[in-house]
Design a protein around this ligand. Structure first.
Ligand code: NAI
Length: 295
């Protein structure tokens, strides 16, 4: 048990699985009380039973603004205030690129991933102001930084979440409210399976497969876990980050450092290949440099 969030009152969306659940558990271990907002009633009840008096579950579909407002108001009423908001709930949304796009899919994805974050911020504002300040963290994604990691609608929504975090940090600084984002890479959670239409058990099996096989996806040479992201969220919400606002922490095991060839010696460097530079030429250069150094 730590004390980094002692007496803090937190609202977390998507708290019944993956990154949100790991964050709820870590927050509680650090002294916070948590209102866990999600649409998984059974999992929510199980969490309440695990953390009596420390965690309350609220059914809250984040695509429904009125439900977000009701859950936030309930958190503030039950706990006597609100210090921390983690706008995290999400799913894959509209699959594919522009050839698969539909207006409905686009709107649903934006409502789930972006409007929800705006609503979580807007409805929490009076409660955070009443406490004299607070911390908001929003979950973005490495798909906000570059193409190739996720579908078009999802990636666009996450890029907007990143920018929203910056502009609201500026807007809310006068109220002593800090706003930051976390930017996860590939984290072994159920989100991949649910995106393929699997039920939660099937999605958990797919997460386990990613856990077994995902080490080679990134330079860190191990799979990303929900707890890795939770640690970053804890830091951003704690007093240790009181001078940190309007920015983000990338938790991706180095996946976005650069092209795979920059860190994986088994992958050929495409630029060198395009220049016609062969491994033999590089070896000859290295040998010549060594010979020169030896005199
Ligand atoms: P997860 O599937 O394990 O957890 C997502 C949670 O959000 C679930 O408990 C689900 O019930 C809840 N949720 C989904 N739709 C909801 C709705 N309409 N209203 C309320 N709750 C809803 O997935 P994970 O990975 O923990 O996802 C959390 C966040 O992290 C999401 O925003 C996701 O986009 C983001 N993320 C995840 C990455 C990964 O590799 N797992 C990478 C980058 C970002």
């Amino acid at each position: 048990m730590g004390t980094r969030l002692e007496r803090k009152l937190a609202f977390i969306t998507g708290a019944c699985s993956g990154i949100g659940q790991a964050t709820a558990e870590l927050f509680i271990a650090e002294g916070a009380r948590v209102l866990a907002a999600d649409i998984q009633d059974e999992a929510g009840a199980a969490l309440e039973a695990r953390f009596p008096g420390r965690l309350k579950y609220a059914r809250c579909d984040v695509t429904q603004p009125a439900q977000i407002q009701a859950a936030i108001d309930r958190a503030a009423a039950e706990f006597g205030g609100l210090d921390i908001v983690f706008n995290n709930a999400g799913a894959g949304g509209q699959r594919g690129g522009m050839e698969e796009m539909t207006v409905e899919g686009w709107d649903q994805t934006m409502n789930l991933l972006l409007r929800s974050v705006m609503c979580g911020t807007m409805y929490a504002l009076p409660h955070l102001k009443a406490r004299g300040g607070g911390a908001i963290v929003n979950t973005a994604s490495i798909s906000a930084l570059a193409a190739g990691y996720a579908p078009v609608a999802y990636s666009t929504a996450k890029a907007a979440v990143l920018h929203f975090s910056k502009v609201t940090a500026a807007d809310l600084a006068r109220h002593r409210i800090r706003v930051n984002a976390v930017v996860p890479g590939f984290i072994a959670t159920q989100i991949f399976g649910t995106g393929f239409g699997l039920d939660r058990a099937g999605a958990e099996a797919m997460a386990a497969t990613l856990s077994e096989r995902g080490a080679k996806l990134q330079p860190a040479a191990r799979v990303g876990r929900a707890g890795d992201v939770a640690e970053a969220v804890l830091y951003l919400c704690s007093d240790a980050a009181s001078f940190v606002t309007g920015t983000h922490i990338v938790v991706d095991g180095g996946m976005t450092i650069g092209p795979r060839s920059s860190w994986d010696p088994e992958v050929p460097n495409a630029v060198r290949e395009a220049l016609g530079i062969t491994p033999e030429m590089l070896q000859a250069l290295a040998d010549a440099a060594k010979a020169k150094a030896r005199g």
